[in-house]
Every structure is written in C-alpha cells, then in structure tokens.
Unconditional design. Structure first.
Length: 323
C-alpha cells in the first residue's frame, strides 16, 4: 500500500499543475463457468431471476462505502443466455424464479429472451419456482417448457397494477402549492400533485386492461387453457403450489432436484453437470447459492417501496404482487 501511495504522489509531481484522474470505478468482469454438481458431458445451466424485475441498474444499498459493481438484471440474463447459446454442451436451462414481479416491460423482455433462446437453440427450459413466483415472475415462467413449483411456493397474481401517490392534501397543510404549465389537458395525468379526473382514471384503466389482455394471452397460449378459464384465474389472486397445480398453472410440485431431474429427462441423459455463470470471487458452491448480481434483499425492498410510492420516474405499469 505505501508503494501505491508513493507512485500516485510521484505521478502527481511529474504532471505538475495538470489534473491527475484516477478511475476507481469497480470493474465488472466477464462471466465464468462453475460446476456446482454432477458429471458428464451434458450441461444444465442454472440461471436466477430474483428480486424486483427491472431494467434499471441496482441501487448501491444504503450508501455505505464505495458502490459495488452491479449488473442490471436484463444485461446479466442476456449475457448468460448468449454465452450458453455458444456452448453446444449446454443441453438444458433451469430458471430458478424467486420474485413478486416488477415492471411490465422488463418482465416481457426476459420472457422474450428466454423464448428466443429456447426456440433458436432447441434447449428445453424448466422453471423452478421458489418462495414467490408471482405476477411478472409467473409471466417469465410461462416461457418454460415445464414449470415445477416448490411445495411452499406462492404463485399466480396474474394481473397488472399501477400505483401513484397523491400528496396534494399534504402540500396544502404545509402551505406549499404547485403550478403546472402544460400543452394539453392530460399532459400531467398521474401527477402526485393533483387528484385524477374521472376521464383520466378511464384512460389509465384502458392501458391496464390492454396489458392484462397480453398477460392472459400468454397464459392461454403457454398453458393451453381456454380463454374463459384463463380470464377467471387472472383476477390478481395468489395460489399455493397445490392450488396452481389443480388449475394447470404449473406442471408439477417438487424440489430443486426434481427440476434438475426433469431437465435430464427432457434431454434424455442420466447424468449431467449443473453449471452456473458467475463473476470472479462470487460464491457458488451449491445450486442454492444466488448467481445474480442484482441488489440484495434490503435494496430490493427499498426499491420496491419507492416504486409503489410513485418515486423517481413516477407512475409505472407493473406485473407485480403488491399487497
């Protein structure tokens, strides 16, 4: 460490009055393959979809210490699928899903990426549902060929939601008023500084209904359910694993070994290596270790609460179980 400090001081003296810029941004290293169990030539890739589903870069937590190098969820998933597509020994993909959902667009993008991977590589996809695989989490699971729910999984919540705050009354109490200049009547619809008009509520509801139709269409197509049955299941309620199985929303109830056995069966082998893609120095000793580089649970909760409160970018349309 003293040598590093001395080198920095020497460079500073050599540069005279010029500005010395040192980039301390953490570097994100390429993915590495690690075998977590099994043997044989065939590989089963285990990939995580965990936490709040979003296309945004994860937060850096509570702001303590330097920001870690974090990869947005969509970036990581695309990177993992691209790497797997170039490896002819990757014969199956197991999606481990543990999420209450997230934004409509991010959920749909992951669904499409998994679908394209499945169709272009002919690699079977097994979804393994963990604690919660609701709303956007279930939407992504629909891209799989087979869905295996853990006995204690909570899934379903097939629906669309938008939450926005109204702080008009609060601002009035503290003597703060806002002024908005707009080009058209509905330009600021959804603003937290005023109450929605009945017409604006109707506009938002029409968008919600359209996004809901797209979700239900996926359920009809992928689960081969009648339209009326799918619509009846898509009232936003959650289902236990047995309830989901009875309603044909999942194919089986089991544990992670059962999902891996389903993957081996799909590719017709008795043995296969279970692999994960990880960054250097990430712990991946078993198939229960998290492979994601998104924010940890506390960050996810904070981000979710901020989203529901209409913070940041304002109202967003969500495939999210938000009790």
């Amino acid at each position: 460490m003293p040598r590093v400090i001395a080198l920095v001081l020497l460079l500073a003296m050599l540069t005279g009055c010029s500005v010395l810029s040192v980039d301390l941004t953490p570097r994100i290293r390429p993915l590495e393959e690690e075998v977590v169990e099994g043997k044989g030539e065939a590989k089963i890739l285990l990939m995580d979809v965990s936490g709040f589903i979003t296309d945004e870069a994860p937060s850096s937590g509570l702001g303590l210490g330097p920001p870690p190098a974090r990869v947005p969820m969509l970036v990581r998933i695309r990177e993992e699928l691209t790497k797997a597509a170039t490896d002819r020994h990757v014969r199956a993909l197991v999606l481990r899903i543990n999420t209450p959902g997230g934004t409509v667009t991010a959920s749909d993008i992951i669904y499409r990426e998994v679908t394209l991977f499945r169709e272009e590589t002919k690699v079977p996809v097994i979804a393994a549902l963990m604690d919660v695989a609701a709303s956007g989490g279930y939407y992504i699971a629909l891209a799989a060929d087979r869905i295996v729910a853990h006995p204690t999984t909570v899934t379903g919540s097939i629906g669309t939601i938008m939450v926005t705050a109204n702080v008009e009354g609060l601002l009035g109490k503290v003597g703060v008023a806002t002024s908005t200049f707009k080009s058209a009547e509905h330009k600021d619809m959804g603003s937290p500084f005023r109450t929605l008009t009945p017409e604006e509520r109707g506009i938002f509801q029409s968008v919600i209904d359209e996004l809901q139709r797209q979700f239900v269409a996926k359920v009809v197509e992928r689960r081969r359910l009648p339209q009326d049955t799918a619509r009846g299941l898509a009232d936003g309620r959650i289902y236990t694993a047995p309830q989901a199985l009875d309603r044909r929303l999942v194919d089986a109830i089991g544990y992670m070994p059962d999902a891996l056995a389903a993957a081996r069966s799909a590719i017709g082998v008795d043995e296969a290596k279970v692999i994960v893609y990880k960054r250097p120095r990430e712990y991946q000793a078993t198939y229960y270790a998290q492979t994601r580089t998104e924010a940890h649970a506390l960050d996810t909760t904070v981000e979710r609460l901020a989203t529901l409160a209409g913070a940041g970018a304002g109202p967003r349309f969500l495939y999210l179980w938000a009790p």
